[in-house]
Design a protein. Sequence first.
Length: 373
Amino acid sequence: MMDIHRCFRCGYCKFPDDFSKYNCPPYARFRFESFSPGGRLWLTRAFLNGEVDFSKHLSEIIFSCTACKNCAENCRMGFKDEIVDWIVSARREILERGLAPPFVRDFLENIRKYGNPWGLPRKQRADWLRAKKYDGDDYLLFLGCECSYEDRGRSMAKNFVEILERAGVSFGILGENECCDGNEVFMLGELGLFQELAERNKKTMSELGVQKVIAISPHAYNAIKSYEGFEVFHYSQILRDLIQSGKIKPGELRKTVTYHDPCFLGRYNGIYEEPREVLNSVPGLRLVEMERNRKNSFCCGGGSGNFVFDLLRGSYSPARERVREAAETGAEIIAVACPACKAMLDDAAKDEGLKDRVAVMDLSEIILRCGIS
Ligand code: SF4
Ligand code: SF4
């Protein structure tokens, strides 16, 4: 943490590697230096030196970071991999002092009480999904909160379940025994609650003898990887393998498609190519790249719980900027591989009046739209 003093606010962390646009979502949204990665570090430093206390406004600045990791990718200093950890530590300190914004406290309290950030009943977690409970199957399908409770996420889960069933994959779900994976809880600095959630999920999975887990959400993928003891796959990897092994064969789709890299899949876990391989396997589909892609991707603004409380909303929100960038490619479809991205970009396409021009679709939905044999 002492290295935080070495940040000299040069600002590389705000950009992608070609400096073409602002790539830190809160900075791109508000354009105040305090909302940039370096600004946040200087605020934290001033706090450590006893020069400022975290007022409501300052704590909102610290919590507006989406943990997208663009700063870690583009800072030129040796400490770059620690930047997000420092922000998480600052949040932890703010939480411990009772200075967190109310929407962050509600988010965490709902997860503590109900196992999801919306405070919805546990029994609604999977009572809508026709999929068998895990019973020694090859894979456990872990839904995560967005795919369990949010409409766009639920449609992703339904589509993927249909593909798994048609491909004859042996899998099951935890149903109401699944509990929040804790990824956002960790990123918001509530490390104790994260440990509790991880222990609870680990216990449930171990008692059932689970060895292999498929996560639809990259956030869940990231968290479950840290649980240790399980082999974890993102659903894009499973789709790619099912196509490569010939278990499913996508039909033709004559559409131009651009792919939006989710931060917790790309920058956090290096999974850039598998989703593109899925799309490239579709006959007739033309894949075009947005200016910012792969490690330079621009976050949809949904990380760190923002998909619930959306601190960055408005005409200049990252999601709306991303949808405009996608539309500039001429794509008719924005392909996504994360339920938070799907909801954020889908809402943004509506707000931008672009919904008829660019549809936001997840990989499974695209594969089903082509028809599979
Ligand atoms: S975090 Fe790194 S790139 Fe950003 S202002 Fe500080 S030293 Fe510069
Ligand atoms: S993790 Fe992303 S949102 Fe947070 S400071 Fe870094 S670039 Fe900005």
